[in-house]
Design a binder for this molecule. Structure first.
Ligand SMILES: [Zn+2]
Length: 143
């Protein structure tokens, strides 16, 4: 049996850190250890914000607070829809909804540089291509 390696809190910290980095990857969330940071404190930075603290635990708490993240395992962002950014056709908008038993429902929109067709667009293109080859029948439902 493998003993739990959380005597000094390090593995737990790194697990929590990588969870946050994955959850907020679209914000380019990065952590810098106190050994490497200019301030000599533990630092985190992301698009639109930054935090620093004397301890790793404190830093995680600050980042979670900034993100509105309760830190629970059930704090999951589920993709609801992907659509084309109306203001920039090279971007896709990813609409996600928070499904968390401990947090109020909320929505976020991630802008992603994605000039290729989204899955929905690709299937629409396939559908319209199929419709064109099938020109004998009326296109689309009659309204
Ligand atoms: Zn939550």
């Amino acid at each position: 049996m493998t003993p739990m390696e959380d005597d000094d809190g390090q593995p737990a910290y790194y697990a929590a850190r990588s969870t946050l980095a994955a959850r907020y990857g679209h914000l380019v969330l990065k952590f810098t250890h106190a050994y490497l940071s200019d301030s000599g404190q533990h630092e985190a930075s992301w698009i639109g914000g930054a935090a620093r603290a004397d301890t790793e635990h404190e830093l995680l708490a600050l980042v979670r607070a900034a993100m509105g993240d309760c830190g629970g395992d059930g704090h999951l962002w589920v993709t609801e829809d992907i659509k084309r950014d109306p203001s920039d056709s090279d971007n896709a908008l990813i609409i996600q909804r928070l499904k968390c038993p401990d947090c109020p429902q909320q929505e976020r929109v991630i802008t992603l540089y994605h000039p290729q067709p989204t899955p929905a667009e690709a299937s629409q293109e396939r559908a319209s291509a199929a419709m064109e080859t099938d020109s004998g029948k009326p296109a689309g439902p009659s309204g």
